[in-house]
Design a protein around this ligand. Sequence first.
Ligand SMILES: [Zn+2]
Length: 315
Amino acid sequence: MSQIDAFKGQMASTASLIPRMDKGKKRPVAQPIFTRRVATVVGIKTVKSRFLPVSHEGQGIETYVDKLELLDKNRAEFISRKLKGIERRAHMSLFRELIEQKGTGWQEFFKAKFYKECTIPDELCIACWNCSLFGGLEAGKGATFSRARYFDSYSIENTGDCVAMEGSEEGMGIGNQVYEDVSKPRTSDTYHLYEYVKAGTRFPFITIIESPTLLDVAGYIHAVRRADEHGYGKYSANHGKFDTEFLAVATGYPRFSVLDMLKWSEAGTIKGLFDNRTVKFDDLSGSVALFGSEIEELAGMLQEAFNEYYEALNR
Ligand SMILES: [Zn+2]
C-alpha cells in the first residue's frame, strides 16, 4: 500500500461531516464522529510583504508588533488566534467556491443544507463543513467544538533583525489612517507609525486536526495557501502575505513542538530532519507521515473528497 493510501485509510469518513439531528435540537448540526485520531500539519511560513502581528491596541498613533523573549532571543509573536481566524475565513471562501462550481449559488445552497448563510464570526450555522472543522456557537442554541487546534508561533529571527522599528535601519513604517477612505482629507494628523515584520522572516507552525477526514486535511492545505495570498495580521488586505512550505502531514501527535522547530532552524538541521523522515509522530495504530511531493498529492485530492461530501449532503 502506498503512503497516501495508508494515510487515507486512517481518516474518518467524509460522511461524518454531514449535519445530523441531535436530541432536543430543532435542526441538524455538525456532530463529528470522534475517532480519537488526529492529523498533524507542520510547516514554515515565510513573510513576503510587511506583516503586522498585532493582538493589542497600540498607544496613540503608534502600532507595535507583538514580541517576547524566548529561547535566548527576542522574537516576533504570531498568535494562534490570528492564524485560526484568517485560515477559517480562507477556508470558508474555498468552500463557497467549491459549491458554486457545482452550479448553485452558495447562499441558496447554505440555506437549503445548513439552514442559514453562515457568517463568520457572529452568525455561524454550526452545521456546515467550516463550522465542523473550526467550531462555533449559535447564541443560546448550540455549539460545536473546534477540531482544528493551533499553537502560537514565533519568529526564527531576532526582532533586531526582522522587525522594522524605531532605531532600526528602516525605522517604523508610516501609514495614513484614512487611506482607505478617499473622501477624507489626508493631513499630518491622520498619519500613524507602525512597526512591521520584514519580508523573509520565518515562522514555524504546527496545526492538529482532530477526528480528521480526507476533506479536512486536503481542504486545510488549500485554505492556508489562500490565507497566504489574502494576508494575515493587521491591514491584511495589503500586508501580511506569506509563502508556506509544508514539511509534513501525518497521522498522530507530533513528538516535537514549535520550540523544537525554532531550535532546529537555528542549528540548521530542520530541513534534514524532515527530508530524511527523522521526525516522529505518535499514533497508537502506527503513524503514517507524508513529506514533500506526497503532500502535494494529498492536496490534489481536494476535489475528489469534496465531491464525496457534496453527494452525501444531497443524498
Ligand atoms: Zn457554518
